[in-house]
Write a new protein. Structure first.
Length: 341
């Protein structure tokens, strides 16, 4: 951490800052310029907020050198982490993008199995579907709960697809773990620290969606919390963020977040073109853009009759459009094989 003093800071103020840093168990190195003194604080700086130093008399600015997300950072693990789901599904590194498909909400067994069969036929490796749904309005369809999990289990057994479903409440952790291969932390819960702590103690891969208005640092710090508690099987998911313009898209698709995450972290990152756009006809172009940008996978909402879907119908692909997109993606992936420099 670098503490930049005001040009007119007194010797006493400089010494006071140095003493404060020492009192926290850190070392200091002073750079006394002609105009300003700069104090480097060395040690366990991530433990302390910059505010603690900024409020001291004579301090102009405090800057961190180290990223606050140590475990998920590439600084601590240089190579890409490959996260394996159910022994054979690999996210990350040079593995081809993994497709996850399914309805927004699990609605009934028949419909879910029909979707799962199409997903499998098109090359998807995982089935998505919410049994516990975070809904803005209290009287909207909130999912089938345990019954929904049981339908996911039936679909998983019939098709061999692995399952990912959202966990909203720590009290449901054991139940959800029993029926799923990967736990989804939804955008609205990205900063539910109790939930993050608990999935950090679970022995299941975690799909961590980016919060509606989370910065990249906040998102990586949420992943850091899960890893700090012992679970390093984390896959990040960009799903669009809130900006000033929601006239034509539900969210703003932050495609740049994909290469940014790949530079900052060793964890795999996938993209959700359904929630990122909110419009079914934008799903295919954005899905392809994300793959070109380096996404390690896609999570896509699919339903036989999107107009009848109990949630998120407007952003859901019907079977024909999903099949078409999968064929296009296959072609795209084949031309994107890495060029050795
Ligand atoms: C979902 O996947 O259906 C969902 C609610 O996603 P998000 O948390 O990204 O809004
Ligand atoms: Mn949805």
């Amino acid at each position: 951490m670098i503490i930049i003093m005001e040009p007119n800071a007194s010797e006493e103020q400089i010494q006071n800052v140095v003493n404060h840093v020492h009192s926290l168990g850190m070392r200091t190195v002073l750079n006394c310029g002609v105009i300003q003194t700069v104090i480097a604080a060395i040690g366990e700086t991530p433990k302390y907020s910059t505010d603690q130093f900024e409020i001291l008399d004579g301090v102009r600015k405090v800057e961190r050198i180290q990223v606050p997300f140590k475990l998920v950072s590439r600084d601590s693990h240089h190579d890409d982490s490959v996260i394996t789901v159910r022994n054979n599904i690999k996210f990350g590194g040079d593995n081809p993008p993994v497709i996850i498909a399914g309805p927004c909400s699990v609605e009934n067994e028949e419909n879910l199995i029909a979707i799962a069969k199409i997903a499998k036929e098109c090359g998807a490796k995982m089935l998505r579907g919410g049994a516990f749904k975070p809904r803005t309005g209290p009287r909207m369809f909130e999912g089938l709960g345990k019954l929904g999990l049981q339908f996911l289990d039936v679909a998983r057994k019939q098709t061999g697809l692995a399952v990912v479903t959202e966990i909203m409440d720590v009290r449901d952790l054991d139940l959800v773990c029993e029926f799923t291969d990967m736990l989804q932390i939804g955008a609205r819960n990205m900063q539910n620290f109790t939930l993050l702590n608990e999935v950090g103690r679970a022995d299941k891969p975690v799909l961590l969606k980016r919060g509606l208005s989370a910065t990249i640092d906040e998102w990586l710090l949420a992943a850091e919390r899960i890893m700090d508690k012992g679970n390093s099987k984390i896959i990040l998911c960009e799903r669009g963020i809130r900006t000033f313009d929601n006239k034509y898209t539900r969210n703003t698709a932050d495609i740049a977040a994909i290469p940014v995450i790949k530079r900052l972290s060793h964890l795999p990152v996938i993209f959700d073109p359904s929630h990122a756009t909110g419009k079914w006809n934008l799903v295919a172009p954005l899905a392809k853009a994300a793959v070109v940008a380096g996404a390690h996978g896609l999570i896509i909402e699919v339903h036989p009759d999107p107009e009848k879907a109990l949630s998120d119908g407007a952003q859901t692909l019907n079977f024909d459009n999903f099949k078409l997109l999968c064929r296009e993606l296959e072609k795209l992936v084949s031309v994107l094989s890495p060029v050795k420099s």
